[in-house]
Design a binder for this molecule. Structure first.
Ligand code: NAD
Ligand code: WQD
Length: 345
């Protein structure tokens, strides 16, 4: 029997597609709304190949209130929303701030306006460790202060969190869970779904796999003079399937009234900091592929080091990141190899 219907905005994207698979595996019916601005409808086929079930899919912009009303009318009984849909390229957000504010703020507000009249009980929101900036205390927990955003993209996440808190405190008839992701990487072990970077990847792991494939000549390591053991920056790289599973637990929690507060915040990370050079070594060890890289200057705006204190998610949600870095990097490589086999890149 179905556990209920969940609307996944941005469900054709990287984290949304993996989460749809885990929701279906857990017994939920999924309705995806995605305008395909940063994804491909083939992801829906990939989801179906993994789970044997095709999620309902609407190519709709979630800023389009009338079109969203139609989705709610056609898909009656949506109990919860996971809101992934957003523009996420940090550099592009500096070039096109209004586009980022419009897309990332309007979409959330449109959904929140439609929730009460459609009886939706809760929303899970994709936030980011970017809200912490460079934390004063590491590992960083959810009580750490929010630092001034370094980009319009980062600012949209901070403002989105405030919008959610203000609405919840005003007494709206639904709950919210804010999930602050650290650095999601890897792909589904079947290589049926994964990350599809648009143009030259800005994120480390897609750049690593594309360099290993020969699509990029060499990887630039942005700085080896940071105050870290090997001088390169440290992040908390979290397997995307582990991350997806946390969303299922968050939805279960909201819909079964286990939430202690009407709005809750959880860090989703491994608790382990990994440097850029360590990640390169782990990739080479996991895949046997030698990576061409050189050390270059620092990238403007980079945080020196950040990794999660995931105790709250571990203890309250009962969720733990299980996959190790090597297997996760091997899954990213398997996905890159599949993109090559399929002639995509
Ligand atoms: P993604 O770009 O792969 O997925 C986002 C999806 O949303 C895409 O399929 C895109 O087509 C869709 N979309 C964007 N605007 C839309 C709109 N107005 N209406 C309908 N669909 C729309 O990105 P992702 O990596 O899967 O990220 C998902 C969420 O997680 C985003 O909110 C992102 O900011 C957040 N996040 C991502 C990371 C990361 O490193 N990937 C880290 C922290 C937070
Ligand atoms: C990781 C590390 C780079 C590319 C970004 C967003 C953040 C969040 C996650 C959504 C850094 C180094 C990278 C390269 C390199 N997204 N690097 N060579 O910087 O943690 O955060 O994605 O919310 O908001 O800013 O991730 O993957 O870009 O970089 O040396 O070609 O890899 O300097 O240390 P980051 P990243």
């Amino acid at each position: 029997m179905s556990k209920g219907k969940i609307l996944v905005t941005g469900g054709a994207g990287y984290i949304g597609s993996h989460t749809t698979v885990e929701l279906q595996n857990a017994g939920y019916d999924v309705v995806i709304v995605d305008n395909l601005s940063n994804s491909n409808a083939d992801m829906i086929n990939g989801i179906e190949r993994i789970t044997g079930t095709r999620p309902a899919f609407y190519q709709v912009d979630c800023n389009d209130k009338e079109a969203m009303k139609d989705v709610f009318a056609k898909e009656s009984g949506i109990k919860g929303i996971i809101h992934f849909a957003a523009s996420k390229a940090v550099g592009e957000s500096v070039q096109k701030p209004l586009m980022y504010y419009r897309n990332n703020l309007d979409s959330l507000m449109t959904l929140m306006e439609l929730m009460p009249e459609n009886g939706v009980e809760g929303i899970v929101f994709s936030s980011s460790c970017t809200v912490y900036g460079q934390p004063d205390i590491l590992p960083v927990d959810e009580t750490a202060p929010i630092k001034p955003a370094l980009s319009p993209y980062g600012n949209t996440k901070q403002i989105n969190e405030e919008i959610i808190r203000d609405a919840i405190y005003s007494g709206v008839p639904y709950k919210a869970i804010i999930l602050r992701y650290f650095n999601p990487i890897g792909a589904h072990p079947t290589a049926e779904i994964g990350e599809l970077p648009n143009g030259v990847p800005q994120n480390l792991v897609p750049f690593v796999t594309q360099t290993a494939m020969g699509i990029r000549k060499e990887l630039s390591v942005f700085g080896d003079d940071y105050d870290t053991p090997d001088g390169s920056c440290i992040r908390d790289y979290i397997n995307v399937v582990d991350l997806a599973k946390a969303h299922v637990i968050a939805v279960d929690r909201m819909l079964t009234n286990k939430s202690e507060e009407k709005v809750e915040i959880f860090n989703l990370g491994t608790g382990r900091g990994v440097s850029v050079l360590e990640l390169i070594n782990a990739f080479e060890a996991a895949t046997g592929v030698k990576l061409n890289y050189k050390i270059v200057g620092r990238r403007e705006g980079d945080i020196e080091k950040v990794w999660a204190n995931p105790d709250r998610a571990n203890n309250v949600l009962g969720w733990v990141a299980k996959e190790n870095l090597e297997d996760t990097l091997a899954s990213a490589w398997k996905w890159q190899e599949k993109l090559r086999r399929d002639g995509i890149m």
